[in-house]
Design a protein around this ligand. Structure first.
Ligand SMILES: *Cc1c(COP(=O)(O)O)cnc(C)c1O
Length: 343
């Protein structure tokens, strides 16, 4: 029984009994030798979900993103992405520090990316005057963009532009499952658009650890080397992959419940004019610029009443729903949070 209603992130979930049982009975082997049957099965099934040839299990989404980006962008060359993208905000400068990769950003505009703006930023390869653009990264759903979902038509336009310019298109799909559930776009349809993807098992799907890089067989062979270089070669990690396989089997369709809970929170807070944009998935961004409460004051008051809220900036806070906040917990948050704004 959680003492707090923890709405800070969907990373805080505990593995369920069923998931723990799957982990305990997993067959394992040394994955650096390619001998962990549970990891091999997870990689094959995730590749198939997205219609790609291969996938690679990685300890974190950050490592999966950085591997994917390094596959497509050589040192000294360039990746384009949103200014609020996870790859340039929350990965501690890894693209530059580890990959030697230059990044240039648009926005931040979250899921409202305008393909024409991105296309105008592309610099052709050749010559020695300017940094050549090698890849574009999008984020689905968009984390700092309030869980927004990039429309399929936008992604199709970006795909065509990337192909025309000879660029790779990467999707940070940590929460691609949420986009799939809310927009009804098949995972294979998303898969067909991207050269590389990263997908997380440890967010809404509720596994304790794990992400995958999804791409062609040739790219995943390179990814295996890059993962080892970054210290991500794991041994009998099938106990973790078993949690991931369990999560894929049991926890995708139920994300609709988390979206409904987020909608309830957004509805309860709408009268205070603090909900930033339309809530489409499991994230409720709170823009407090016009509120008497700043983000720290809100978080402190909510904590006192048993609700945990994330502070993303002085006047930006965030609520995230997940499988460990049940309806009773949302009832409590829906009571407590408006009271704080009413005071
Ligand atoms: C959580 C997240 C990741 C991966 O984060 P790790 O903590 O490294 O697993 C990547 N992209 C987005 C958009 C995320 O929200």
């Amino acid at each position: 029984m959680a003492e707090f209603v923890d709405l800070r992130s969907d990373t805080v979930t505990q593995p369920s009994e069923g998931m723990r049982a799957a982990m305990a009975s997993a067959r394992v082997g040394d994955d650096v030798y390619g001998e962990d049957p549970t990891i091999n099965a997870l990689e094959a099934s995730v590749a198939a979900l997205f219609g790609h040839e291969a996938a690679l299990f990685a300890p974190t989404g950050s490592m999966a993103n950085q591997i994917a980006i390094q596959i497509s962008v050589p040192p000294g060359e360039e990746l384009l992405c949103d200014a609020d993208a996870h790859v340039v905000t929350y990965e501690i400068g890894a693209a530059a520090a580890i990959g030697g990769i230059s990044t240039r950003t648009w926005g931040p505009v979250g899921a409202d990316v305008d393909p024409d703006v991105v296309i105008d930023m592309i610099r052709p390869a050749g010559g020695y005057h300017a940094v050549p653009t090698r890849a574009i990264a999008v984020e689905q759903t968009h984390n700092r963009g309030g869980g927004g979902v990039i429309p399929l038509s936008t992604l199709e336009t970006l795909r065509a532009a990337a192909t025309d310019a000879g660029l790779a298109l990467h999707c940070d799909g940590a929460r691609i499952w949420h986009a799939h559930v809310t927009d009804g776009v098949p995972l294979r349809t998303y898969g067909a658009l991207f050269d590389t993807m990263s997908v997380c098992l440890s967010k809404g799907l509720g596994a304790p650890v794990g992400s995958l890089v999804v791409s062609s067989a040739a790219n995943i062979e390179r990814a295996r080397v890059l993962r080892k270089r970054m210290g991500g070669g794991m041994r009998q990690a099938g106990v973790l992959a078993a949690a991931g396989s369990y999560a894929l089997e049991h926890n995708i369709a139920r994300l609709a419940e988390d979206h409904a809970k987020a909608a309830r929170l957004a509805e309860a807070l709408a009268p205070f004019g603090v909900v930033a944009g339309a809530v489409r998935t499991n994230i409720v961004p709170l823009d407090l610029r016009k509120s008497p409460l700043d983000a720290h004051a809100l978080a402190a008051a909510a904590r006192e009443r048993g609700v945990l809220v994330s502070v993303l900036g002085p006047r930006l806070a965030r609520l995230v729903t997940h499988m460990d906040v049940d309806d009773a917990a949302i009832d409590r948050a829906v009571e407590v949070l408006p009271e704080i704004f009413r005071r």
